[in-house]
Design a protein around this ligand. Structure first.
Ligand code: NOJ
Length: 746
């Protein structure tokens, strides 16, 4: 292959004028069919509908290919595009590289638990380097949907419930994937998805309609997307569902008004898979032709694999329903990105590069570091953790203890081969002289299987255990635990229990896991519970009876080592929850930034909301323990009053009051006491993760300016900052008690 980009080769930095000139020159020589072709994303998987990929590419009818993960094939298809299609425009190869390509990082919800934007930024830069070495140009991430309903399976793919934390993680992921130069051969284009509101699906049921007021949208659901635009994200993906009765893929308000007019986004928008064609099924478009017209008019550039655009756009132009200029408007940003990436100069990938790149030891090291920083210590009664290193007989129990798939987590599709260090392996590697026994206990599985099991390569369904087999596995697990001096239980949810089409009504531990936990606890041994899961779980019994609980999430390739690093005290955990943990699935949606009411907690008229159990979180947003203790003191606000539009500084001292070095996340929350609209009783507006030696104190300073103090008001119909009094709390989680106040004056 010629034109292969080699590491170290000079990069191309085309100026925007040069890019525009090249795009206009291309458009001049392209036929209408080719322009429409750029708007067509072809499925490369076996299950993809539509004509043969080669045929579409050869006639200039394809702008991009997805669901293909094969380096040799990329070059073959690219050769057809570049050498055989009329205008020789290279293809963009796209795939879901959500938290790693070969080296797998913690799932995004876990990375958000680090409260350290360097974790997603560095992790996604490795993901980009590996994916690009495989021949991919574009990933469908980051997923930026705020999720306040833990029943919603896709909560695992995002940064949790909070817009401020979500915005920080969004920008970090965009920087990680894209770097600061789109022609960098170790980076890929990022895609901010799913625009917008998808996380607020009715009842947490994936794909169900979403109803959000403009104030909820703008104050809560859109900030991570706007942060991605500010960070330079190249592409967006529209969401599947109806937003206030208008499908997101045909939603002019989102795609034209907010994204392009207000935020000035210059990249392109791809639909979610088959979503343009599905406008018919969704009850919005009369037929596929109408669907294509609605999508394009709304500002949707690229049709992901429904073929509605290539089938209908030319005849819509012929009939005068659309102009060729409108097609060009949609094709322009796609071509511009291909120019900016340097694809015309280097369309091919070196087929020997991937194995060299994935062998770089720093990739695995980074995965271990990211996993260590993402784990959250939920309980540590009596200082059971860290464990002593001279243990002689440890039992590791549970269906996830040796599951590579559940250690890697969601989105490991399209030929990915699981290769994670499991918790069992991690503990065995640590306790080399000791006896480490293992029993999985009864299997866990979904009541209704995932369609991923059938549709996607890489998943094989095993026959279900019979009740007798399950019982035998249960007893074997108890006996294995009985013979040990200490038990590590590894429980939670499998990789297919969270993610797309993986919502559930209950947040309990699935299957017989809690029963097993109780039986093992009944043996009276010290027990540590390690949770592997992609959503909050209502582990109420464990929270009262199991002395040590570590939330490890789905920690990726090095997950088992990272768990062992923390359990044995080589690493002091410092992660914090990016989501509230409800006590029951029926308490969802549950989030800390709710509004006050006429009967708030503590008032004489307080109504507990439900009479069958308080809907307070089991673990609050921002929560997480350490092997040391911290104190917050000396909270200062730079001025008691500030004018509308002004800024102030808030500082606090954080002291490590314990005996070992550790990390604390200082968190700043504000509350506007009155105004045009009611405001949440707390909103995160600043955070910083700090490392402190025993006895050390650091001062953290937060900045509160117009961006932090404004909000979108229903009553005034716009963004406002108002004269009002504000509360401030700073501390270790969203229940922080250290308080100050200030006033904004007109
Ligand atoms: C459907 C999912 O909703 C989306 O997140 C993903 O990127 C596309 N399919 C492509 O695989």
């Amino acid at each position: 292959m010629t034109n292969v980009m080699k590491p170290g080769m000079a990069r191309i930095f085309p100026s925007s004028t040069e890019v525009n000139e090249r795009v206009e020159a291309l458009l001049k020589r392209m036929s209408l069919e080719e322009k429409i072709g750029q708007l067509n994303q072809v499925g490369g998987a076996e299950f993809s509908p539509g004509p043969k990929a080669e045929d579409q590419i050869r006639r200039g009818g394809a702008g991009s290919v997805l669901w293909l993960n094969n380096t040799t094939r990329f070059n073959e298809l690219q050769k057809i595009a570049v050498e055989e299609s009329p205008s020789g425009i290279p293809l963009l190869f796209a795939l879901d590289v959500i938290h790693g390509y070969r080296t797998i990082f913690p799932v995004p919800l876990a990375m958000a638990s680090s409260w350290d934007p360097a974790v997603p930024e560095k992790s996604q830069s490795v993901a980009a380097r590996e994916a690009r070495a495989a021949g991919l140009h574009w990933t469908f991430g980051p997923m930026l949907d705020i999720a306040r309903d833990a029943r919603w399976g896709r909560i695992v793919e995002g940064a949790g419930e909070d817009p401020y934390l979500g915005a920080a993680m969004a920008a970090a992921q965009v920087r990680g994937f894209q770097g600061d130069d789109l022609s960098d051969p170790e980076r890929v284009l990022a895609c901010a998805k799913h625009f917008a509101g998808y996380g607020a699906a009715d009842g947490g049921r994936d794909y169900d309609p979403v109803y959000l007021s403009e104030a909820q949208l703008r104050n809560t659901y859109l900030p991570p997307f706007e942060a991605a635009v500010k960070a330079g994200v190249a592409t967006f993906m529209s969401a599947y569902m109806d937003l206030n009765n208008v499908p997101a893929s045909a939603n002019r308000f989102l795609l034209r008004q907010v994204l392009r007019q207000e935020w000035g986004f210059e990249g392109f928008v791809v639909s979610d898979a088959f979503a343009v064609g599905n406008l018919v099924i969704q009850g919005h478009a009369r037929d596929r032709r109408d669907a294509a017209l609605r999508g394009l008019k709304a500002g949707l550039n690229m049709d992901m694999s429904s073929y509605t655009y290539p089938e209908n756009l030319a005849s819509l132009v012929a009939d005068g329903a659309l102009s060729e200029a409108e097609i060009e408007e949609m094709a322009r940003p796609i071509l511009a990105l291909k120019v900016k990436m340097g694809l015309f100069e280097q369309p091919y990938v070196n087929e020997n590069l991937l194995e060299q790149v994935v062998a770089r030891p720093e990739h695995r090291q980074m995965a271990r570091w990211a996993a260590q920083r993402s784990m959250v210590l939920l309980r540590n009664e009596g200082g059971l953790l860290p464990l002593k290193k001279d243990l002689q007989k440890v039992a590791v129990i549970g269906p996830l203890a040796d599951s590579m798939e559940s250690t890697e987590g969601s989105w490991m599709v399209f030929g990915h081969k699981p290769a994670a260090v499991t918790v069992l392996q991690g503990i065995r590697a640590r306790l080399t002289g000791a006896q480490v026994t293992y029993a999985p206990g009864p299997e866990i599985r979904r009541d209704i299987p995932s369609w991923f099991e059938g549709a996607m390569a890489g998943f094989t369904s095993k026959p279900a255990q019979t009740p007798e087999e399950g019982e035998a596995a249960f007893q074997a697990a108890v006996e294995t635990a009985r013979a040990a001096e200490l038990v590590v239980m590894v429980l939670g949810e499998t990789d297919l229990m969270a993610g797309e089409a993986a919502s559930r009504a209950s947040l309990d531990l699935p299957g017989r896991q809690e029963e097993l936990l109780k039986a093992v606890a009944g043996l009276g041994k010290p027990i540590v519970l390690v949770l592997l899961n992609g959503r909050p779980l209502s582990v109420n019994w464990a929270a009262e009876h199991i002395p040590a609980i570590l939330e490890a999430w789905e920690p990726g390739s090095e997950g088992g080592h990272a768990v062992a690093d923390i359990l044995f005290g080589d690493v002091n955990p410092g992660g914090k929850l990016p989501v509230s943990f409800p006590r029951k699935g029926s308490h969802a949606p549950l989030y800390y930034a709710r509004n006050l009411t006429h009967s708030p907690e503590g008032s004489p008229m307080y109504n507990p909301r439900y009479w069958d159990g308080l809907p307070v979180p089991l673990y609050p947003f921002g929560y997480g323990l350490s092997y040391t203790t911290f104190e917050f003191s000396n909270l200062k606000v730079s001025a008691p009053q500030v004018k509308v539009g002004g800024s102030l500084a808030v500082s606090v001292d954080v002291t490590n009051s314990g005996k070992v070095t550790g990390d604390e996340v200082a968190q700043l929350y504000i509350h506007q006491r009155w105004g045009s609209d009611s405001r949440p009783l707390r909103e995160l507006k600043g955070f910083e993760r700090l490392k402190l030696q025993p006895g050390e104190t650091k001062t953290v300073t937060f900045h509160l300016g117009p961006d932090e103090l404004r909000y979108w008001s229903t009553n005034t119909g716009g963004w406002i900052q108002e004269a009002a009094a504000f509360d401030i709390w700073v501390g270790a989680d969203s229940m922080a008690k250290l308080h100050a106040d200030f006033e904004i004056v007109g």
